[in-house]
Structure formats: C-alpha cells, structure tokens
Design a protein around this ligand. Sequence first.
Ligand SMILES: [Zn+2]
Length: 333
Amino acid sequence: MKKGLLILGVLIAFVSCDNGNKPAQTSQTTNKKNVVVPAFDGNSAYDFVKKQCDFGPRVPGSDAHQQCAEWFVETLNGYADTVYIQDFKARVYDGKVLDGKNIIAAFNPTAKKRIIIAAHWDSRPFADNDPNDENWKTPIDGANDGASGCGVMMEMARVMKDNRLDNTLGVDLIFFDLEDYGAPKWADESLHNDLSWGLGSQYWSKKQHIDGYKAYYGILLDMVGAANPRFPKEYYSQSNAAWVLNKVWRTARSMGYDEAFTNELGDPINDDHIYMIHYAGIPTIDIIDLNGDEDRTSCFFPYWHTVKDNIEQIDVKTLQMVGNVMMKVVYNE
Ligand SMILES: [Zn+2]
C-alpha cells in the first residue's frame, strides 16, 4: 500500500465526520454478557508469519507465491468450514497480466450476519523505499507488510475451529492477492496510478466469491506485527466507517492498548479497504502501523518497502495484542 492521494478521497462517499470521541449507538456497543473469548496464541501467530516468510518473497508469478497459496489453502481447509479460491487475472502497472488468487476462509458460511477480517498475502516485488538504491529491484519478505496480518488471521482460524462461533454469526477471513504490485518509484510518471495497488481487493470488491454476498463490516489488518506500533485512526476508515473504528478502538483501549490504538486521526492510506468500501459497499477500517515520523521517508513503519521488512521486525507482543483485540471484537459480536 501507499499513502493515498486526494483522488482516492473523492472516489469515496463520505458518510460521517465523527471525530471518534462520541459514544456510538447502543446497539453497536452492547457487549454480550458472560461471553468467553478464546485465547489467541501470539507465538503461534508468529510461527504462521515465519512460515510465510520461509517460502521467500510471495511475488505473484513466483514459485514461492504458488507454494504459499497451496499452504494457505491446505491449512485453512483444516480450520474453516469452507475455503473459497477466487482466481483472477490482473493487469499490473507496466501492462503485464498476472494470475492472482484471493483466498476466503468462511466460518458459519450460511449465517446472514457476516464480518470480514482481511489482509494481503502477496509481498512487494520491489524494495523501492530502501535507503540503498541498489536494493530497489529486490523483492521483499514482507514479514510485516502482508505476512503479519495473514499470520493473525491464520491463528484466528486455528482458534475458531475449536471454539465455535454463535451460529448466527459468520466470519470470513479474506486473504487478498496483488495488493502490493503498484508502480515502483523509478517507473515513468504516466504509470503511477492509485488503481495499480490493491488489485485483488478491487477484483473481489466488484465480484464477490458468492453472488449477493453481504457483510456487516470489515477490518483490514496491514503491518500489525512490528514492535511498538502506532495505529492512529486511518483517515478513510474514520470518514467511511467511524462506527466500526469506534467499536474496535473502544475494545482495544478497554484492554489497555491505548498506546498503540491512539485517538489521533491518521493519514489517508490507499489500501484494500478503499475498494471494499467503495465498490462492495462494506464499511471497512484499516488497522495499519503509521509509525513514521518526519525524519523518515514514509508515514509507515520504519522498514516499509525495504529489504529489512523481514522476520526480525516481528514482535510476538504486537501480534498478541492485535489478536486479542480481534478475538474480543469477533466473539462479542
Ligand atoms: Zn506494501
């Protein structure tokens, strides 16, 4: 993903300008009484992140990408009620057509009320934000940028298998492909197009895996594994899905995670949630580490789109925190 441009902002209908501090509607905030939230194991989530990295960079078209897809499908088949594979073709920034694969792991597939947790599973072919320009054409491991969110979802799947959700609630874990193939910084200006990012989510958001599919809301996880993350309220999430943001932030802060889940408004980010909101009409938020500062070259976590976005950046504590929040949100739904 990359920082969003204003053009994306105008694509989206702004439905709310809530500043995030107002209490939301009672119907959206009432927690179930005495609900048992099953334990999420941060170490297991870490192993799922490492497993993805061990395949090598999951660049579409590569063997590692193919092998990782097979592993996701096989493993998820052991956890979820139904696994859907959505194959698609997408034209990337330079005109090449690549094969993509969105993977959807459904729990309680017939339940009408559904929520989505999503992340992208491909990794960027270019480390074009690396301080050393000799690395710019090197594909990245994407331990944080991609694999971390998928690792949290894999652990959720493992836990949800043995701790059945209430049968009125369906959960879909969506692993989007081809999120991070956007034009590299050396590409000609004419090739830089916001729509060159999020190709898997664009495809799914226009044509879901089931006809007439609907979801109550979605949560996108992106870069949720580095130490000391900072998740401000991402701009488009706040503008389009403030009530989801409030629900999740309230949960996180009630668990003592105020330092990570801050109350500030974050930058607008061009990420998969944009298309889920705009094309599929699903209010979706992006939990994304915007831990950049003025000395850095991006608003993202320090090793964003560099060769150092590898397993060394992954902190079990962060995965545990995000997993705890996701489990509490889901099991209280
Ligand atoms: Zn990225």
